[in-house]
Ligand binder design. Structure first.
Ligand code: DGL
Length: 281
């Protein structure tokens, strides 16, 4: 008989639409599972928030998604993972398992780099947390991490405008220190960045490996579900639905580009008020 939790969806959250790049991989790899996605667009960007604020948001969203039913929780946001994963795991222990995005990417980078010079593009919050230094020190103790905080990049991507010169200049500017450092691998330390992967690849050159977390997370979701015996049968087509804390129309408009699949209905769900991101940082 199937486990009573097996029929629940996998819950995924991000500060906005960036986590849809992770959901995309999950939907492709696990088409038989159901997913609920929450974009905290009202409090975007997380990348300028303090660790205290990020931990409060993550706990609130974890409870909110659990109350709606979830058999596994995926933090598809590097800023929230870097600040809140351990405390979220403690708070939800025994109720739901939690997967984050930092460790799987560091493992991938450790396997790919030859020179040991590894670049990181991430939000200010993620860079300041030191989470990638710690993760890489575990997976590749000899490697050196060259981290670049990119305060403008996720907001520019989330705004959903044209891929124009402004975006190209922004990417080129953030990649310049990594080129100067001669890295052979770049970690995309923010779930928004896969959307500008071609620009980053062009700025860095063909010979540089680019690592993102989507497929690694999808593999980890599959492994966790299997280990807990809560996976769905593969002979069904799963469903997915979207919740956000800001404007659902704006989420839909930009989200399609990230998910590369139809979004359908997007529901607004209220969250606790927070001051504008930069003031809270
Ligand atoms: N998607 C978020 C992350 O991975 C970044 C965007 C933000 O600043 O909220 O960190």
């Amino acid at each position: 008989m199937a486990h009573p939790h097996a029929s629940l969806p996998v819950a995924v959250f991000d500060s906005g639409v960036g986590g849809l790049t992770v959901l995309h991989e999950c939907l492709v790899s696990l088409p038989h599972e159901d997913f609920t996605y929450f974009g905290d667009t009202a409090r975007f960007p997380y990348g300028e928030r303090s660790p205290v604020a990020l931990r409060a948001f993550a706990l609130e969203l974890g409870e909110l998604l659990l109350a709606r039913g979830a058999k596994l929780l995926v933090v598809a946001c590097n800023s929230a993972t870097a600040a809140a994963l351990p405390s979220l795991r403690v708070a939800l222990e025994g109720r739901v398992r939690v997967i984050g995005v930092v460790a799987p990417e560091s493992l991938l980078a450790a396997g790919v780099t030859r020179s040991g010079e590894v670049g990181l593009l991430a939000t200010p919050a993620t860079v300041a947390s030191g989470a990638y230094e710690r993760a890489l020190a575990t997976s590749a103790p000899e490697a050196r991490l060259h981290a670049v905080a990119c305060p403008e990049l996720a907001p520019l991507i989330q705004a959903g405008g044209e891929v124009d010169d402004r975006l190209v200049d922004c990417v080129e500017g953030y990649c310049a220190p990594l080129r100067a450092a001669g890295v052979d691998t770049v970690i995309l330390g923010c779930t928004h960045y896969p959307l500008v992967r071609p620009l980053i690849q062009r700025a860095m050159g063909r010979g540089v490996a680019i690592v993102s977390s989507g497929q690694a997370i999808a593999d980890e979701v599959a492994r966790e579900l299997r280990l807990a015996g809560i996976e769905r049968k593969v002979d069904r087509r799963g469903s997915y639905r979207f919740l956000c804390s800001g404007d659902p129309q704006a989420f839909r408009r930009v989200g399609v580009r990230f998910l590369q699949m139809p979004l359908g209905d997007v529901r607004r769900v209220a969250v606790a008020a927070a001051p504008p991101a930069r003031a809270a940082a």
